[in-house]
Design a protein around this ligand. Structure first.
Ligand code: NAD
Ligand code: ZN
Length: 381
């Protein structure tokens, strides 16, 4: 089969690879119908995630058709169209019973923090991902959800990660009626966080980025105010000025470690205003939120990342919340939002690629060139 193949930082290609097989009675094999590239894949692509092995196939956002099921699988059958949450989880351990599917104890037992994620390095369990024609889906009765007949495939694939993650980012912000919410990052995750913030009662939503076409899109997709951070000298001061000197009630980090910024700088030569070596966005969130406010973090950081201004957070009495999204927990509500016409997730899809063009797809998504918001891989023919 054709599959994306990691060759080292900034080098990916399409290769022929053996099709996956049932390895365990609970497995299913799924033929991929849509697969996205995520901002999280860029951390792998930029070589920032430990134990990302040459030869592995990325892809944790995919839909597909069930081709084959192992003998223990009860809830799925050949031919079912499914969306597959990015978390691989058992559904029954201590953490899964608390619906913390990103922290499942059974799928990646050697790790101290993260659970299992498709196509996300050996740090996240060493599973191959869905940027391929076929993928092995472990614990097939637990993660995959049969796609409702009235749901568009392009909307369904965004339910595997980007939309639930943005939604959970807003949910962890514990938004109260009328709150001012600042979302850092106008990528797909930030856009969904902004949109969700309104549905949770926010009175004002401000999105921060430095990519003009994404800020323009944020204004229409999420009806928010925007800040181009290249025009701001002191972010915390700027937000305070906008909020009667209180600061924002909630700040949400949908950026993560700075590779996205530094990669853009490397590829385009655009000079970015960033604090040297620091987690710019974490500083901005902690310093721009009001005393007693909440900072919600879904942007991904390396496991040992520690450049956090924790003293400021303590002195301000902040609540800090963060996690990998627990995708499955949010699906019923988010499907309802789509069916009720409150959101059309696929509006964020800006580019379509065939698997054969994987190198171009990664390059363009990493550099955010040509109006890039969200790329989706669609099988040829
Ligand atoms: P993306 O790369 O498309 O978007 C990131 C955006 O952040 C870009 O538009 C970039 O210009 C902007 N940015 C860079 N530096 C910034 C700064 N200092 N201030 C404001 N904006 C800045 O990525 P995405 O797909 O939207 O994902 C966003 C983050 O969410 C990534 O870190 C990704 O790994 C993470 N993520 C987390 C989870 C989870 O479960 N916690 C799931 C999916 C994605
Ligand atoms: Zn993702």
């Amino acid at each position: 089969m054709l599959a994306m193949n990691y060759r080292g930082p900034y080098r990916v290609r399409t290769v022929h690879k053996a099709e996956p097989e049932i390895e365990h009675p609970n497995d299913a094999i799924v033929r991929v119908t849509r697969s996205c590239i995520c901002g999280s894949d860029l951390h792998l692509y930029h070589g920032l995630v430990p134990d990302t092995r040459v030869g592995s196939t990325f892809g944790h956002e995919f839909t597909g058709i069930v081709e084959e099921v192992g003998p223990s699988v009860q809830g799925l059958k050949k031919g079912d169209a499914v969306l597959v949450p990015f978390n691989i989880f058992c559904g029954s351990c201590f953490f899964c019973r608390k619906e913390l599917y990103g922290n499942c104890h059974n799928v990646n037992p050697e790790a101290t923090a993260v659970g299992g994620i498709y196509g996300y390095s050996h740090t996240a369990g060493g599973y191959d991902g869905g940027q391929a024609e076929f993928v092995r889906v472990p614990m097939a009765d637990v993660g995959p959800t049969v796609i409702p007949a009235d749901l568009d495939l392009d909307d369904a694939v965004l339910l595997t990660d980007a939309y639930p993650t943005g939604y959970q980012a807003a949910e962890m912000g514990e938004i109260a009626q009328g709150d001012t919410v600042v979302v850092f990052g106008a990528g797909p995750v930030g856009l969904f966080a902004a949109k969700s913030a309104w549905l949770m009662g926010a009175g004002r939503v401000i999105v921060v980025d430095h990519i003009e076409h994404r800020l323009e899109f944020a204004k229409t997709f999420a009806q928010c105010e925007v800040i181009d951070f290249r025009t701001v000298d002191d972010m915390a001061l700027h937000i305070k000025r906008m909020t009667d000197w209180l600061g924002a009630d909630v700040c949400i980090d949908c950026v993560g470690c700075e590779a996205a910024g530094s990669a853009l700088q490397r590829l385009t030569g655009i000079k970015l205003k960033m604090q040297a070596g620091a987690a710019t966005v974490l500083h901005w969130c902690i310093n721009a939120v009001r005393k007693g406010g909440t900072v919600s973090i879904v942007g991904v950081y390396g496991p040992t990342f520690n450049a956090v201004p924790i003293g400021n957070a303590l002195n301000k009495g902040l609540t800090l919340r963060m996690n990998q999204a627990s995708v499955k927990r949010h699906l019923p509500r988010l499907i309802e939002h789509i069916q009720a016409g409150r959101i059309k997730p696929s509006e964020v899809i800006s580019h379509r690629f065939a698997l054969e063009d994987i190198a171009d797809a990664y390059h363009m998504f990493s550099s955010k060139l040509d109006g890039m918001i969200k790329p989706v891989l669609v099988p040829r023919g």
